[in-house]
Write a protein that binds this ligand. Sequence first.
Ligand code: GLC
Length: 534
Amino acid sequence: MSKYRNHHSASIESKYDPIEIANDRKNVMTNFFIKISSTMKVLFVSPEVSPLVRTGGLGDVVGSLPIAIKELGIDVRILCPLHRECKALKTIFFPKTGTVRLGKDKIPVRIGETTLGPSGIPVYLIENDSLFDRSGIYADSDGDYPDNPTRAFVLSKSALLISQITGWSPDVYHAHDWMAASLPAYLNSTRPKAKRAKAGKSVLTIHNLEHQGHCSFQDFVRSGLPESFWGIDGFESNGSMNLLKGGIQHADKITTVSPTYAQEIRTKQFGHGLEESLTYRGADLLGILNGIDEASWNPQKDPALPCPINPDSPQSGKDACKESLLSEMRLPATSDAPLFGVVSRLYRQKGLDLLIECLPSLMSESKANFVILGSGAKEEENAFRELAGKFPDRIGVFIGFDDGLARRIFAGSDFFLMPSRFEPCGLAQLYAMRYGSLPIARKTGGLADTINHFSRSTGTANGFLFKKPQPKSLKMVIHRAIKLFGNPAQFSKIRMNALNSPCSWDNAAKRYAEVYEWTMKFHGEEKQGPDRRA
Ligand code: GLC
């Protein structure tokens, strides 16, 4: 490690101690004194942005974090492909068109502009119908699109055309996840040595390390990236191309979405094979806890709810929402029994197989009821359907996705289950707390950073955590929750703690602003480590 890196590492780590951040988030906000460069311009680059187009948490973050960043005086804009779902939007196209050059291929693009709702934040949409006018963002019913690498290169490299097409030049390019992860490398490949200090800087945010963009050496050739970017300090991973790995090697700074996950991913258990690269770039890697869009997730004003919930006196609103949810899910009106909710994709990561295993015995051991909304792996979908068929008065299941029902589950349930095997941040536990449902989650990633476990004293407890990803550990903690439900005074104190748990983007936005400042302070010439330039 270079002297520069060590020095830098020390400054980040002293400010970004994970425990300190978690406490900071859980308790009161500390004051930050950051001086934002008045002219700072940041371009978010992402395959999804909510509410325009989303499949999950990534879209939610890209659709809400920029609003808080803008409040700090930063000129932030977003770049995203013009997917089929965006076709109906009012979009104004720039007269100048562009060409993305990938090796010998010349891919034409047009850039349309729309705005991110009332925030007024410009969203630039990359139009190339043969690549992006499709039924899904990453896949359709036949599976992942085989040309996903090309689609990812076009998204990443289009960012470099923004300045010539729109006349607006970002200082910092903020890439999100594997689809935008080759952007830092494209940027490095075009930084002329003499002008490095002036060139745009890059930040890569990892929302989920499981999805890396594995592709082939032929794809690397197709990318048009310099040959020197192949190899151990570039995109090569076991003889194939790995987009996220290249991004990790090339970005000026790397962030992920919670302090605990930033530590976990440096280990074999959570690193998904990239732990060495992440440890190598450890000095430039930090975790910043996600927030949520408090305006869109407001239980007092949510039109999807049958009745508003007042966070200062939630009882009547919660009771009405529970009664209505039970009837919507065709379960008997049993308000004296605790109601557990699930809103999730049904994949191994989410650990709902643990719930499937312990549900039958929970049926005989307790009076608890369950409502489950989700879709994903067929075995899990079928297992939940079967359980609902077997216990029609106790388990309600809806396979699919329905935003309104998701909100009614957060509002109508007493407890919210998230037994994830790993969870970079997790947003559902934050939505649940904001709607007065106590999260029950595994102690990992952002779940560990946002949930204070209830053991004996209510104190700042706002939910439950369990450690081992085993059905019996989940069952044990569900039984503790059932016991808590039997003690209304304690239960309502913890529910108040959950309702008052901080979840805004303000803290995170300030931390991202600091990261942008850091990238801008350091010039290419000073940078050590692998030669990341052509
Ligand atoms: C991914 C992660 C999730 C995170 C979200 C937003 O979906 O799996 O934990 O909250 O991205 O960063």
